[in-house]
Write a protein that binds this ligand. Structure first.
Ligand SMILES: C[S@@+](CC[C@H](N)C(=O)[O-])C[C@H]1O[C@@H](n2cnc3c(N)ncnc32)[C@H](O)[C@@H]1O
Length: 230
């Protein structure tokens, strides 16, 4: 087995690129919903992107002139190397940190960001981590700023085992754009790393943090986009 981290990154990232290209996680719909929300927003905005991966989504939701400063963080240094290239067209100051998102948020300046964005990363955190996420988000947000969360969420009233059965069942029957080895790899990742909350649980964590206005921007099966504001 090849244990070279660059090889492993390329393999798993390659699978994720196929997932995005085939729209298996509804990136198209969630990005469109977020882009529509920001269409008339005049920049330059201060953006923090938590679990940014290769940051390719930023180009789909914001125009270059709308971004002033961009701070992205991710646990993968290889993803950040790709992010640096993907953000070049923005011609802006980009800061990328290879660190945990809560640690980055805790050190971020208060009252500074217009947009806190996180895509398909928050479900990896514990419930305490998710509460810390919203608490710190509120602290770093500027007036009129918002948190955009795009992520997998459990259906209301369902447990994690029910979510795992449902989601992995859909991967087995519908994700035919992947090879069978890739589907196995995705299912194993979901079993080990997916700890999604329901929308109501997330709303309540946001509310506890003082982000009392929340609204759903998009929902496609378990894939949702939400906006949280003061
Ligand atoms: C599925 S990818 C999503 C990438 C990108 N945000 C998107 O929407 O396409 C999830 C990313 O979250 C990162 N991640 C997971 N937990 C994290 C944490 N605690 N802090 C920072 N990044 C994290 C992973 O390294 C991975 O790059």
């Amino acid at each position: 087995m090849n244990t070279d981290p660059i090889y492993i990154f390329r393999k798993t990232w390659g699978t994720y690129q196929t997932v995005i290209k085939s729209n298996l996680m509804f990136h198209r719909e969630t990005s469109t919903a977020v882009r529509t929300l920001f269409e008339n927003r005049v920049g330059p905005l201060n953006v923090i992107d938590l679990g940014c991966g290769d940051a390719a989504h930023i180009g789909k939701i914001l125009r270059p002139g709308q971004v002033g400063h961009y701070l992205g963080c991710d646990l993968s240094p290889y993803a950040l190397d790709v992010a640096r290239i993907n953000l070049e067209p923005f011609g802006i100051t980009v800061k990328l940190l290879c660190r945990d998102m809560i640690a980055v948020l805790r050190e971020a300046p208060e009252n500074h960001f217009d947009l806190v964005y996180s895509g398909f990363a928050l479900h990896h955190l514990t419930a305490e981590g998710k509460q810390a996420f919203f608490t710190e988000c509120r602290r770093v947000l500027r007036k009129n700023g918002c948190v955009i969360l795009v992520d997998v969420m459990r259906e209301e009233g369902t447990s994690r085992p029910e979510y795992l059965d449902g989601y992995n069942g859909a991967v087995a029957s519908e994700w035919t754009a992947l090879t069978s080895a890739e589907r196995d790899q995705v299912q194993e990742h979901i079993r080990n790393c997916d700890f999604p909350e329901t929308p109501t649980e997330l709303q309540s964590l946001a509310h506890n943090a003082g982000l009392k206005n929340s609204r759903r921007l998009e929902k496609q099966t378990w894939h949702e986009a939400w906006c949280y504001q003061e």
